[in-house]
Design a protein around this ligand. Sequence first.
Ligand code: 4AD
Ligand code: MG
Length: 456
Amino acid sequence: MDRTLVRLALRSKVPARGLAVKGWVRTRRDLKGVTFLELNDGSCLGNLQVLVEHGSGPASALGDAGTGAAVSVFGDLVDSPGKGQKWELRARDLEVLGPADQGSYPLQKKRHSDEFLRGIAHLRPRTNKYGALLRIRSELSLLIHDFFRERGFFYVHTPIITGSDCEGAGELFRVTSLDLAGPILDHEADFFGRPAYLTVSGQLEAELLAMSLGRVYTFGPTFRAENSNTPRHAAEFWMVEPEMAFADLEEDIDLAEELVKALAVGVMDRCPEDLELFARFVEPGLMARLEAVAGEPFARLPYAEAVLVLERSGAEFEYPVGFGLDLQTEHERYLCETVFKRPLAVFDYPKEIKPFYMRLNSDQRTVAAMDVLVPGVGELIGGSQREERLEVLESRFADQGLDAGRYWWYLDTRRFGSAPHAGFGLGFERLLMLVTGISNIRDVIAFPRTPRNLEF
Ligand code: 4AD
Ligand code: MG
């Protein structure tokens, strides 16, 4: 007999005989003559109430199974006389698939701290909050594919193992098949015959593909060994990276704004119940924030002006502000939360603080870079128009002390049929922080990778 999802049972318009439901017991209440189980199968936030009559076959099968146990119930969906739910399932047959010891099952309480739940990442998806988060994560992934597909972008897969550092920031994890117990690392003897790393970004390869297919995007895991133990950095995170041939910086910002808006609208449309949970328990202003992200045009401001706004604000910051210094999260959040009160695209950053591939502006001091900053998070997106002029690109390599020869294939796209092009990277976990109001990146991915954290 096919199992009926709790989501569908709860939505039923009519009573139904003979449903099979399987899930995990969230709570058990023993009353006079009956036991009520709240059953959750992960298909939605809601639980299905199961009624087990004492003295019946299902009651003896249930025994003392309680919170955390996996059970299979066959029964009839009937109007629930009790308050709080429309339907309940009257058990006719019941099987305990997997009991859970009540003394040691860690999810007995109604609410647990985020910290505690991080320590049991293998079980926390069974809580309301993480179940909701993971369903939203899934819907947002699919919305991203819908968005690009509707606009003629091709979904491409860029390599995870790479020989180059796209961001030039030296935050690479090494990949090797050598026995590391030996005294020296002999690259020649290693698997690829040269140093290999986990990619920090699929951009360089996405550029090659955009210069063939026109409009492409990647959506995959990226890795950074930056040892920054912040609530916004993970060592492994997912990035969405569109790349467009024949596009400039303005079109790049337009696409970024359109994407973020479409995702805000889409998630409100597809996940109202799960979002409501975050609005109630995590971030009271969540729905207003999402409405604002979806509805109001993003502010747009050159970096030089952003610096002036910060300098004149009179606000006290931990990190210094000044032309040539990178904006820190506190500055980014101040700009979009206090000054503009909405998402903000900052563009034209000083060339010294940005990677080699960004297009040099005619002022020779700034590059056609853009960051999208959002409330509660700070930087959500980083992108740029790419340097398509061969000589300028070569001199940028030299400026940054990079060996252009190793990027000969990248330079080839500037030798043969070069054209203006632009793209960006959106940090998927940061998007989830924006959408749920969760303030720590460790709580928006099932099994976070951060410094000294690799248990699950
Ligand atoms: O600004 P970033 O470093 O840009 C790039 O990697 C470009 N190659 C992207 C491109 O143009 N195709 O990273 C892009 C975004 C950031 O804005 C941020 O949201 C996220 O990736 N990000 C991180 N998210 C979580 N943990 C980290 N350690 C992150 N580093 C960057
Ligand atoms: Mg960035």
